[in-house]
Ligand binder design. Structure first.
Ligand code: DC
Length: 421
């Protein structure tokens, strides 16, 4: 597993900060919100009653530290914690001015370069992909319609209890865009090799997932085992044709990197069918009983990555193995009902899959297998269709007990919705 550097640049209000924080959480990386460094200098100027110009000379005596503690970025200048002053409107004005000074930019260049050298970072700003980390492994440039950005800003201000109107916010943004793009030193612009993402009509999670996919492709390089590739190339087309299998939503699945698949569970056939639908090498948790009845069957499921799981406290070792595999970037199938549903009705979801996803911070794909109980004859004569639907992923953002419970409910709700449509 490689540790990479991700650079995110873009206009104010395009969603950089929120997306950077969520991605950093999922990848367990340090998020570096570089605007805070500039703001830190702005706050220092205000606190010490300096004229903005004076900083050009004084900057060499400053020691600026960026710390990411308890999910909050903190800024210390010469040991003083200036975090609470960073979004003061006057500080913002000073910042925007001093961000144009080449003395300030070259001083902060060195600070930011230290993060780049460390790897395992996501940095967001205006010139990360172009100036600070032209060597970044993945570069993103984000933008959105200015009216939407103004609405987002307005919502932020309102949530913070600030009373401002839409027109003022819009005008401010127009000014900021102009300043960011037209300044002489390190203007905001898309690096040639950056992916452009228009966030106008996208949710935060959609954008996060788009970038996560790209990041996983750089981080994880392992390939599927040969036997799996053979299964997909030779066995799968035959099964698909013979049973008239229909698969929906495969494009949702990541090409590389870890994820958990959570299908409903009706028959023994579910794991291979889900495996075919996913079309990547999968591991799946299977009850220990399956390994003791028939040696040939036991050999087969072991060959195709079944992880034996005991009941009760004995389940821990299977979950530990699944955790290891996810950390290596593998796909793990867990049937959250814990057992096959005799009636085909969805049983209440156990928390195992949700808590593993929250612990390892990986996407979860709800999946619905339809008509699996009907059996091969009905599929062959096309009386019933064997259908597998893969939903869009759910991304965890916390690991508290309450959150895991809520996340588990979300997964269950999604599978129910797939069943209802
Ligand atoms: O992203 P932000 O609003 O916190 O940025 C604060 C200021 O710093 C803004 O005026 C743009 C400037 N900035 C910059 O010039 N280069 C960066 N890499 C980040 C921010």
């Amino acid at each position: 597993m490689r540790k990479i550097v991700i650079a995110i640049d873009g206009t104010a209000g395009s969603g950089k900060t929120t997306i950077c924080l969520k991605l950093a959480y999922l990848l367990n990386y340090t998020p570096v919100l570089t605007g805070k460094l500039y703001r830190g200098i702005g706050a220092y100027i205000k606190r010490h009653n300096l004229k903005p110009e004076e900083i050009k000379e004084k900057i060499k005596d400053l020691k600026i530290e960026y710390k990411f503690e308890k999910n909050v970025p903190k800024i210390f200048v010469n040991g003083e914690d200036l975090t609470s002053e960073l979004s003061d409107p006057e500080v913002e004005k000073i910042t925007s001015k001093i961000a144009e000074f080449k003395e300030v930019r070259s001083f902060l260049y060195n600070v930011q370069r230290e993060f780049v050298e460390r790897k395992g970072v996501i940095m967001e700003g205006r010139d990360i992909g172009t100036v600070i980390a032209p060597d970044a492994d993945l570069k993103i440039y984000m933008d959105a319609d200015i009216k939407i950005r103004a609405e987002r800003r307005l919502k932020d201000f309102k949530e913070k209890g600030k009373n401002v109107n839409y027109e003022t916010v819009l005008k401010e943004l127009e000014k900021r865009d102009k300043r960011d793009k037209e300044r002489v030193n390190a203007p905001l612009k898309k690096a040639k090799d950056a992916y452009f993402i228009d966030t106008t009509n996208k949710t935060i999670d959609e954008v996060v997932y788009e970038i996560l996919k790209l990041a996983y492709e750089k981080i994880y390089t392992s390939k599927d085992k040969l036997r799996w590739r053979i299964a997909y190339v030779i066995v799968y087309p035959i099964i698909k044709w013979l049973f008239g299998m229909k698969i929906k939503g495969r494009e949702n699945i990541l090409k590389r990197g870890p994820c958990i698949i959570t299908p409903n569970h009706v028959t023994f056939w579910d794991p291979p069918f889900v495996g075919f639908a996913v079309k990547r090498e999968c591991y799946f948790l299977a009850k220990i009983d399956l390994f003791v009845t028939n040696p040939l069957f036991a050999w087969l499921i072991r060959t195709f990555n079944a992880i034996p799981i005991r009941r009760g406290a004995g389940a821990i070792s299977a979950y530990e193995r699944a955790e290891e595999l996810l950390k290596e970037g593998k796909v793990v199938i867990i049937f959250p009902e814990g057992t096959r549903s005799k009636t085909g009705k969805l049983l209440p979801f156990k928390k195992g899959a949700a808590s593993l996803a929250c612990k390892v911070r990986v996407p979860v794909y709800p999946v619905y297998i339809e008509n699996v109980k009907e059996g091969p004859l009905k599929w062959i004569i096309r009386k019933k269709r064997l259908r597998i639907t893969i939903d869009k992923p759910l991304l965890p953002s916390d690991n508290t007990k309450e959150y895991v419970e809520e996340f588990n409910k979300k997964i269950e709700e999604r599978v129910k919705n797939l069943m209802a449509t």
